[in-house]
Design a binder for this molecule. Structure first.
Ligand code: 13P
Ligand code: SF4
Length: 306
């Protein structure tokens, strides 16, 4: 696309956004062109909290389906639309509500904690929700329970188990993007950039997490980069975050641990699709009221802890 075409498109989005009383939210992994037109960028929980606070009538959610659902759970009075409704999270799709019900039956005394990367139906069956930012704090708060179910990501479960000293009943889920980052990628990048700090997402393979200086959520990475004295960083997460890290820290260098860490679903949203979504006010993400109320309980319990 030519520069002129991009400006035209961005101008149209801006105009229509005002007309529709809409706000555009983009996850940290979105394409640069999407981040450029977003009112806010953030991690999965941050974006839902912004959605709940905004006065705008329409929320254009540029991310994956569970994130838009979470926004809708927290703000049922607003219209939440996704420019590409097919953008899902394969990890979230690895656990159904029936799978969780079965797991709970097998461990009747256990309290259940689920990552925000789950469907609304799964959240409705959970006792507590958590995100990568607060998973350790949530599990630490559950001292009175002997057994804890932690779903769906087995690598996040391993990370939380090591940090809390708690044995967790985990599921077999994983993120197909983060497991592409291998220990040899970290070793290679460290050889190239010996002064760099290594920050990775806790969805990475356990060996990769063990090699890092810090395991952080996407927004925590931004904070870590800003506050650290280091000038160089090896980044073990989806490559889309590099764009924001570079913009926010122009005097620092960021190297992706692996160029293969691309989440195809996060790349489905484009400026053109955002414009269509604003024109048609589609596709709407709405959670049925009975599921929404039960799912919100798990999110509220998490918020009470953190
Ligand atoms: P964050 O909550 O850290 O943004 O992570 C969401 C996600 O899907 C990571 O793959
Ligand atoms: Fe899901 Fe992984 Fe993509 Fe995050 S990066 S949305 S966990 S598939």
């Amino acid at each position: 696309m030519t520069k002129k075409k991009i400006w035209e498109l961005e101008g149209k989005i801006l105009e229509l956004k005002k007309k529709r009383d809409a706000v555009i939210l983009a996850h940290n992994y979105q394409l640069a062109e999407v981040q450029d037109v977003a009112d806010y960028r953030g991690d999965s929980l941050e974006l839902s909290r912004i959605a709940a606070k905004t006065d705008a009538k329409v929320i254009v959610f540029c991310g994956v389906h569970f994130m838009a659902e979470t926004a809708s759970i927290l703000s049922p009075d607003k219209k939440v639309i996704m420019p590409d409704i097919v953008s899902g999270c394969p990890m979230a799709n690895m656990l159904s509500a029936n799978d969780l019900k079965k797991l709970k039956k097998e461990h009747p005394k256990a309290v259940s904690v689920g990552y925000v990367n789950t469907s609304a139906e799964v959240k409705a069956e959970l006792d507590y929700c958590c995100t990568s930012t607060n998973a350790v704090a949530v599990v630490n708060a559950l001292r009175d329970y002997e057994e804890i179910i932690f779903v769906p990501d087995k690598y996040l479960a391993d990370f939380v188990s090591k940090r809390t000293g708690r044995k967790l009943i985990s599921w077999k889920g994983f993120c197909p993007t983060h497991i592409k980052i291998l220990p040899e990628d970290i070793r290679r990048e460290k050889r190239f950039h010996p002064a760099a700090k290594v920050m990775v997402h806790p969805e990475c393979l356990s060996q990769v997490v063990d090699m890092a200086d810090a395991a952080l959520s996407t927004s925590q990475m931004g904070k870590f980069a800003k506050e650290s004295d280091a000038k160089e960083f090896i980044v073990g997460t989806e490559v889309g975050i590099i764009y924001r890290l570079k913009q926010d820290n122009p005097d620092k260098e960021f190297y992706p641990a692996s160029e293969r860490a691309v989440c195809p679903n996060m790349k489905r949203t484009t400026q053109e699709k955002i414009l269509w979504a604003l024109e048609e006010l589609k596709e709407e993400v709405r959670v049925p009221d009975d599921i929404r109320k039960r799912a919100k309980r798990a999110i509220d319990r998490m918020l009470e802890i953190v």
